[in-house]
Design a protein. Structure first.
Lengths: 122, 744, 155
């Protein structure tokens, strides 16, 4: 069983990620802001994290920094879910410690493939 | 969850986001916006854009993008919005709401005003008008249509032939930290063909310099198989600037030198450049040219996570943080309201069940009473507890349905803006008591009448700026919209500071339309109430606002159907005030259980003024069959309820009848003659329209303690059934005059 | 005899037969919610003759239609011996006052005959088809005829 944590302040996106990934056999947990997300992350073992950038309380960069900052599972693959696709954002995400990115709107298959790739799930 | 369910979720979410947006932009206009407000607005638009893209709602995405660009500039402080810009932001919020609405009705229509607002937004964003404004055009494609997952650089026509790729993966100390696992990459690559891997350990430091968290390795991989370049690039999609992929099929898989020397590395860099140039702006990604750009972070330069988060909020890159004075970490000021989304049907079911529980309680109570148990017995006091708990439960369930009027009031801001704009008036809407909660159904059903009343207030209430200034008022008119709880009811007031009602004109119109006789002598409140008569419209010219063929009578009907009342008051030169009082919920009401013509009925207690057992001399014959009740010096028509509803016909009113004096919005009072009054209690309102239909004179039904159904009287409609009471009352007044004259 | 359009020849259908106004009728079993004994109803003002009133069905208010009266077969003098069939028509639930409920018929679509048009009278328009039974025939009631008048329901 592969556990995915999806952090996004948009209910629609959360549900969409949940829908796509659970039908591909992943177990999906969601959180609606960065602080909540980091909190949830620390309570369980996740195989990958998908996070939005623009969120209240703590943004996606904050989430990545917090997870990478230490503690258990600091090297979990983290994917940034973003509407922007410019190099500046990717550079920043990478510097913060992101593994990769998914540009919204995503295609179901694309999302599943990326998650499979970073988690090694087949 | 199906796609449709997701879409429904999206639209429900949009509603919340649009509300935040509207509220935030109003705070900006009012100058009460904090930094958080601007961020919240930005996020709202951003979220709408993000999810709209997922549903392919292009118009919405295009517009939200332009809007977001401007908000981003405001957020970062690069744009300090002036009044004009703030106005554009407000209008953009309205436009976004329109587009959401259109999307909801599956319409691709582009609202008329959209191009103009887009131009303004682009102007604010410093973009040439029309350049980025094309709805769903190619420019937007570049922003949103991009799918990084599909890395389509090559012509893939035809079956893949035998191919050979050389991949150089250069060390990045952050490879592990960023969650990459080379083993996963290699095993995925292995699914594409035969893999030969060589690892270059030359960068590996010795001794104390070695950090196990870092990656010092370089790899050179050769892949033999039938893979396409796209498939290979896909594997390294997040490492594109760390690796160099070369199609060496043509070289017929000769010996490959191990990369590792300085020379080889230079060569690698050059190759990288050539790839970047060969595929310009590869689907929007400009690959970073050299691995050296990937500067490792040095520990003491790394800001603490919380500061970084703040810096990111403010739109600053981490490097800029150093220039920023270090203040105490500021806690997020606004905790977003967390809500639970529940299918309204579930709540309705719960309300229904609780209603049953209350009825069941009444049944048990009645049966126990029939056994002749002493009222102070244990079981009776337990029953009291049961009743208490059931009521508590009911109130709790009702509270689930309760919603603040805020979203409704927010919508009115927009109505005022639009109405004022189109009429060339300056009007501010001031709202109070937005947190007042009422039943969800009431909120929904209030929207239309309230909209109409607000439009009316702008159209007919508030004068033009010139007229206002001429009489020494500020050019800006004010409409005050307030909500408050008042003894079990909700009171909603709409007050304008306009010219007040022109009673002379109202009377003239009413006379000219034959609504009142030309010689009618009406009191000021009576004249004011003429506004509520069907077919009345005071607009001298038909404006596209109020003059939509809907008069205040429709408003009144709508409010009445909600069990509410609307009253009007006005002072010349000072303004007009409408007061709507509504029950908190439509699901329960206080009723008086009555019997008439063998039927058990319920009269809403809110309409009952008093009950009277009249003395013979208080009942006065009137006309051929009519009778009047003489009460405290006035005369009120008596109506036989059984006859009125058609249960009996021509049944006489006798001295055994009890009279229930009810008040009516339209026409004062009337006395309903009934046989008996048995109880006064809270009843659960059950609609008749679900399985049957509307019945004139009956508003709904309820279930009594014995399980039987009792109909609830619609008092206003009952009076309408009783005939044209307006005329009757004039006659009554005449009678009164005559009597007074006779006595004098 | 021509077959009604509704049912394909190889459809297997179940009908509940009932007696009203001395005649046998039937209703598709999927429409029937429950069958209960007659109990007094609350009269409705301005209701048509066939609508006796409303009844409390576990918290729902449902109208009770005298089926015989509705079909022009004379009014039924309701007593506790009579039966209420609660049926669903579209989104609405209606109670039908009938003399008795007899049996469940299982038939193939091909066993259903089209109701002959009589040219006048109420009955034919409310009958969708006929099924032969041992003691004669049973008339399949059109769902629309079951609703109180003036109540529109897109079925």
């Amino acid at each position: 069983m592969i556990n995915i944590l999806a952090i996004d302040d948009s209910l629609t996106i959360r549900e969409m990620v949940r829908e796509v990934l659970s039908s591909a056999g992943f177990t999906v947990t969601t959180a609606n802001d960065g602080v909540h997300g980091v909190d949830v992350f620390q309570q369980d073992q996740y195989d990958a994290v998908i996070t939005d950038i623009n969120m209240p309380k703590m943004d996606g960069f904050g989430v990545i920094e917090s997870i990478r900052g230490g503690g258990v599972n600091a090297r979990v693959p983290i994917l940034v879910l973003t509407t922007e696709s410019g190099p500046a954002l990717k550079d920043r995400a990478r510097k913060a410690g992101a593994t990769g990115w998914i540009v919204k709107p995503f295609e179901d298959e694309g999302l599943v493939n990326v998650i499979r790739r970073v988690t090694g799930a087949r | 969850m199906s796609r449709d369910d997701l879409k429904a979720t999206f639209f429900a979410e949009c509603e919340d986001l649009l509300e935040q947006l509207s509220e935030g932009s109003q705070a900006m206009i009012a100058g009460t916006a904090s930094e958080d407000t601007v961020h919240a607005i930005f996020r709202a638009v951003h979220s709408i854009k993000g999810a709209a893209g997922a549903f392919g709602l292009e118009n919405l995405v295009t517009f939200a993008h332009c809007f977001e660009t401007v908000l981003d500039l405001v957020r970062s402080g690069d744009l300090v919005p002036d009044t004009d810009a703030l106005h554009t932001i407000l209008r953009s919020g309205d436009m976004l709401a329109d587009l959401v609405e259109l999307a909801q009705s599956d319409s691709d229509e582009i609202p008329e005003a959209m191009p103009a607002i887009l131009d303004k937004l682009n102007e604010l964003a410093g973009i040439e008008p029309g350049l980025e404004a094309g709805a769903g055009g190619e420019e937007t494609e570049e922003f949103f249509g991009f799918q990084p997952v599909v890395f389509d650089l090559m012509d893939e026509a035809g079956d893949p032939d035998e191919s050979c790729f050389r991949i150089r993966l250069s060390a990045s100390s952050d490879l592990f930290r960023n969650g990459h696992d080379p083993v996963l990459l290699f095993s995925e690559l292995a699914t594409l063909g035969r893999v030969e891997t060589r690892c270059d350990l030359s960068a590996l430091p010795v001794g104390a310099a070695f950090d196990p968290e870092r990656c010092y390795l370089n790899w050179e991989i050769t892949l033999h198989g039938q893979a396409t370049e796209t498939a290979v690039r896909d594997v390294f999609m997040f490492l594109e600037d760390l690796c160099e992929i070369e199609d060496i099929t043509a070289q017929a898989a000769g010996d490959i030198a191990v990369a590792g020397t300085e020379e080889e590395a230079d060569h690698a860099v050059q190759d990288d450049v050539s790839i970047a140039e060969a595929a310009p702006a590869a689907a929007g990604i400009a690959p970073m040219r050299t691995p050296s750009r990937f500067t490792p972070m040095v520990a003491d330069e790394t800001p603490a996570p919380i500061e970084l988060a703040l810096a990111a909020e403010a739109g600053l890159a981490p490097a800029e943080l150093a220039d920023r004075p270090k203040g105490p970490a500021k806690a997020a000021a606004q905790v977003p309201q967390t809500t639970l989304r529940v299918d309204p049907e579930r709540v309705d079911r719960l309300i229904n069940t609780v209603g049953e529980l209350i009825i069941n309680q009444a049944v048990i109570a009645q049966k126990l009473l029939e056994t002749g148990l002493a009222t102070n017995s244990d079981i009776m006091s337990d029953l009291d507890d049961y009743q208490y708990l059931a009521r508590e439960l009911q109130e709790g369930v009702m509270a689930i349905r309760a919603q603040p009027v805020k979203p409704l009031f927010q919508r009115m801001q927009r109505i005022v803006r639009e109405a004022a704009d189109s009429l060339g008036k300056e009007v501010a809407l001031v709202t109070e008591g937005e947190g007042t909660e009422i039943d969800k159904t009431l909120v929904e059903r209030l929207a239309e009448p309230l909209t109409h009343m607000i439009r009316n207030a702008v159209d007919h209430g508030i004068e033009s700026p010139e007229k206002r200034m001429a009489v020494g008022k500020p050019a800006l008119g004010t409409i005050r919209l307030s909500a408050a709880h008042r003894s079990g009811d909700v009171l909603i007031e709409i007050a304008d500071d306009g010219a007040g009602l022109n009673r002379k004109r109202i009377l003239e119109i009413a006379v000219s339309k034959g609504l009142v006789p030309s010689d009618a002598k009406l009191s000021e409140p009576e004249i004011d109430n003429l506004l509520f008569m069907a077919g009345f419209s005071t607009a001298e010219k038909v404006t596209n606002l109020s003059g939509r063929g809907v008069g205040m009578d429709v408003v009144k009907t709508a409010i009445t159907s909600l069990g509410g009342k609307v009253t009007i008051s006005s002072r010349p030169g000072e303004g007009t005030q409408f007061a709507i009082s509504l029950p908190l919920t439509l699901a329960v009401m206080d009723g008086m259980v009555i019997h008439a013509a063998g039927q058990t009925l319920v009269a809403p207690l809110s309409s009952v003024l008093e009950t009277i057992r009249p003395r013979a001399q208080d009942v006065v014959p009137y006309g051929r069959e009519g009778q009047l009740l003489s009460i405290r010096g006035t005369y009120v028509p008596i109506v036989h309820l059984g006859n009125l509803l058609g249960f009996t016909s021509g049944a006489p009113i006798t001295s055994d009848n009890i009279l229930i004096l009810i008040r009516s919005e339209h026409s004062g009072q009337v006395a309903l003659a009934v046989d008996e009054i048995s109880d006064q209690r809270q009843v659960v309102v059950k609609s008749l329209e679900g399985n049957y239909g509307a019945i004139a004179g009956i508003s709904a039904a309820t279930i009594l303690g014995d399980g039987r159904i009792a109909l609830i009287i619609d008092t206003d409609a009952t009076l309408n059934l009783a005939g044209d009471l307006g005329r009757d009352l004039t006659l009554i007044e005449e009678t009164q005059h005559a009597q007074t004259a006779a006595m004098g | 005899m021509p077959k009604p359009q509704q049912w394909a020849e190889d459809d297997v259908l179940e009908f509940v037969t009932l007696k009203a106004g001395g005649q046998s009728f039937c209703i598709e079993i999927t429409q029937i919610r429950e069958i209960r004994r007659w109990s007094p109803v609350t009269a409705l003002p301005q209701a048509e003759q066939a609508v006796l009133g409303v009844m409390n069905l576990r918290g729902a208010v449902i109208p009770i239609v005298d089926l015989a009266a509705r079909l022009g077969l004379g009014e039924c003098d309701a007593s506790p011996r009579h039966v209420i069939m609660v049926v669903a028509v579209g989104t609405k639930t209606v109670g039908l006052l009938v003399d008795s409920v007899s049996e469940i018929l299982t038939v193939n679509g091909e066993q259903i005959c089209e109701a002959p048009t009589m040219g006048r009278g109420d009955v034919p328009s409310s009958i969708l088809g006929l099924i032969s039974v041992e003691e004669g025939m049973s008339r399949i009631l059109s769902p629309g005829v079951l609703l109180p008048r003036g109540i529109m329901e897109a079925a």
